[in-house]
Write a protein that binds this ligand. Sequence first.
Ligand code: ADP
Ligand code: TMP
Ligand code: ASP
Length: 239
Amino acid sequence: MEKIQEITKGKAKSLFTTSSDDQLIMHFSDDTSAFDGKKMEALMGKGSVNNQFNAFILEHLQKNGVDTHLIEVLSKTDSLVYKLDMFPIECVIRNRASGSICRRLGTEDGLILNDPLFEFFYKDDDLGDPLINDEHIISFGWATKDQIDEMKLLTYKINTILTELFINSGLILVDFKVEFGVYKGKILLADEFTPDGCRLWDSETLKKMDKDRFRQGLGDVVESYHQVADRLGMNIILD
Ligand code: ADP
Ligand code: TMP
Ligand code: ASP
């Protein structure tokens, strides 16, 4: 399958049309963004590790009953996916407090939450991806009540599956963000699951192994993504 025309250029990925109306090529670039695009840098090899990382995780989720948009990996940086009608919403689950919730509620970094905490964010960089609730989604018509319930159920399911996967490799899944869309009437997991969109800490030392290394200027960003991939037994093809 060949790329025909770029239809979306996001902060870290681009989408291209293909000869099939309902399939897109998702290209993972080296561009790395934080704080809704306020901090941007190209990190060599990040697109490649993220594309392959994403495929490993989405295939694992698929095997465990979560349907995803992934069709196949085409190259080190590109994957073929179904074209979805995306919800303009981000679904976040937090197992520990870190990042924006600490700023919002004055919580200490790393506090273990009694229960996994689900949050919705509205996808709008100019507004800084504001926190929203079910009522906003229904009032603005971004999704129906049934779709909200299904997205929540799927996000909790993803949390259960991946918490186990990561802990078996000595990693704590602190939190993550996922996005969903509709394909032929069915809700599928879309976008990506990579260390760009989650927090992963070493379970012994609590060392940060995810995009917080970029956000906080800790260095060794791509190297850490490779270390996570190695621990999970992924066979990443290098650039
Ligand atoms: P951002 O939108 O935050 O800049 P990216 O650089 O990751 O993020 O851009 C990828 C875009 O592609 C996102 O807007 C995402 O919602 C969208 N997207 C992801 N998967 C699909 C899909 N299967 N079909 C259509 N759009 C998708
Ligand atoms: P936050 O602490 O900034 O709200 O982020 C929670 C988790 O969701 C964290 O792992 C990063 C991820 N996330 C994104 O990947 N993109 C986003 O736009 C947002 C708001 C969060
Ligand atoms: N995902 C957002 C961005 O790319 C927010 C963040 O990661 O800090 O800018």
